[in-house]
Design a protein around this ligand. Structure first.
Ligand SMILES: CC(=O)N[C@H]1[C@@H](OP(=O)(O)OP(=O)(O)OC[C@H]2O[C@@H](n3ccc(=O)[nH]c3=O)[C@H](O)[C@@H]2O)O[C@H](CO)[C@@H](O)[C@@H]1O
Ligand SMILES: C=C(OP(=O)(O)O)C(=O)O
Length: 422
């Protein structure tokens, strides 16, 4: 079993370079099957979720060529969308739901294994995805055998869709399908995350007509086809935020390169409240912590609010702040499984409904902990780096879904961390 072993207690110093954004890449990669002609995608993160999607596309008949470490070319061959080999792979990641939108849009039908991904202690619903597809003139069926299928026998037709909740996945999935829908689609109450804008930019670069991404209303005029082209994925807001939180927890001075500082404002401002110094440059951000950490409160919300995917990592820093901090989860009410693990390391956390109350302690102590999901695992890494002694983290498959070269990057800024296979 693979584990991380971390010898903690060192400040972090130096430079780290951020990879392409997971949650943009996992939508853009399936979208390549909508494109006739070669697509060159740059700044692709080498993480498990993205590699799985390339494997799925290859099994469907796509030719995938690696042009360099972070650049991939895709070109369609004879496509078999229902190759049985793809189905097991799809159950391993959440973002396999984007194959529905991409296939339905391009081919008028889709059948996809029920998506997997991090489980936050409850069902992750897809009712808004289904509602959107149905509004575009398709029939959707959730099959008891664990598949979702969709078909548009008379072709997709543009429509007016008002989402009941702000959802990243449904916004992007319905956007994919609507690219080829006849006429105009108007989507309202949509999510505004940077990866939504990135997917729209990718599709527009390939010939789509999408306006308004990044606002709460997106208008799509259907097109006949998408042509090939080159596109570079945005840097990962959450990977950058994770290193920011790590510097806050451990102390030190780190320049985080290849970022879009605007995407990091809400995280940086919160860390400033905690006594961390933040300097923003054009495409990098410097994080310095050389004094005590102050307590603060935060509530996660859809963008431009504080990202839920940064909640556990911030908790790992807040457990070391003076006084009492609160984190209220506004997106995934059960995203608190990191708390029991941090408590094993000496943290004091009580969870009341969707709020964690954190009483700061002067030190954490290394022990054996579990990564219960991707960002909970990232929080364990941060806590391990800040703790006295040795921390062993198991279940690291979750972490590797979303962090490229984690051990190398952490060691590059002075952390002592290794990956072992016991
Ligand atoms: C692959 C990917 O990009 N994953 C991200 C995506 O997940 P995901 O796309 O699954 O998350 P959503 O934004 O859709 O979910 C937000 C909220 O909407 C609810 N909801 C969602 C869909 C639906 O059909 N009905 C419904 O009620 C969910 O229960 C949740 O409370 O956005 C989340 C919120 O930023 C992030 O934590 C995930 O990292
Ligand atoms: C929850 C996450 O991812 P997913 O939706 O892919 O499980 C995440 O990136 O923190």
């Amino acid at each position: 079993m693979e584990k991380y072993i971390i010898k903690g207690g060192h400040p972090l110093n130096g430079e780290v370079t951020i990879s392409g954004a997971k949650n943009a890449a996992v939508a853009i990669v399936p979208a390549t099957l909508m494109v006739d002609g070669p697509c060159i995608i740059k700044n692709v993160p080498n993480i498990v979720d993205v590699m799985l999607q390339f494997e799925i596309l290859e099994k469907m008949g796509m030719k995938i060529t690696r042009l360099d470490e972070t650049t991939i070319q895709t070109e369609k061959g004879t496509m078999d969308l229902e190759s049985p080999e793809t189905f097991e792979l799809m159950t391993r990641l959440r973002a396999s739901y984007y194959f529905i939108g991409a296939e339905l849009g391009r081919y008028g039908h889709a059948r996809v294994a029920m998506p997997g991904g991090c489980n936050f202690g409850g069902i992750r619903p897809v009712d808004q995805h289904i509602k959107g597809f149905e509004r575009l003139n398709s029939y959707v069926r959730v099959e008891p055998e664990g598949f979702i299928s969709a078909i548009a026998p008379e072709g997709l037709v543009g429509s007016h869709i008002y989402f009941d909740v702000v959802t990243v996945g449904a916004t992007m999935n319905v956007m994919l399908a609507a690219v080829f829908a006849k006429g105009q689609t108007v989507m309202e109450n949509v999510a505004k995350e940077p990866h939504i804008v990135d997917l729209a930019n990718f599709l527009n670069q390939m010939g789509a007509d999408i306006k308004g991404a990044g606002t709460d209303k997106i208008v799509i005029n259907g097109v006949e086809s998408l042509h090939g082209g080159t596109y570079s994925i945005i840097p990962d807001q959450i990977e950058a935020g994770t290193y920011m939180a790590a510097v806050a927890a451990c102390g030190g001075d780190v320049l985080i390169k290849n970022v879009i500082p605007k995407h990091l404002e809400c995280i940086g401002t919160k860390l400033e409240d905690m006594g961390v110094k933040i300097e923003m440059y054009d495409d990098s951000i410097r994080v310095i912590r050389n004094g005590p950490l102050r307590h603060t409160n935060l509530k996660t919300m859809p963008y431009p609010g504080f990202p839920t995917d940064m909640h556990p990592q911030m908790a790992a820093a807040m457990v070391l702040a003076d006084g009492s901090s609160h984190i209220t989860e506004g997106v995934w009410p059960n995203r608190f499984r990191y708390a029991e693990e941090l408590e094993k390391m000496g943290a004091h956390i009580s969870v009341f409904k969707e709020t964690a109350v954190i009483e700061g302690v002067p030190d954490l102590f290394g022990t054996d902990v579990v990564a219960h999901d991707l960002r909970a695992g990232a929080a364990m890494v941060i806590a391990g780096l800040a703790a006295q002694g040795v921390t062993t983290i198991s279940n690291i498959g979750y972490v590797e879904r979303g962090y490229e070269k984690l051990v190398e990057k952490v060691c590059g800024i002075g952390g002592e961390m290794e990956r072992v296979n016991e």
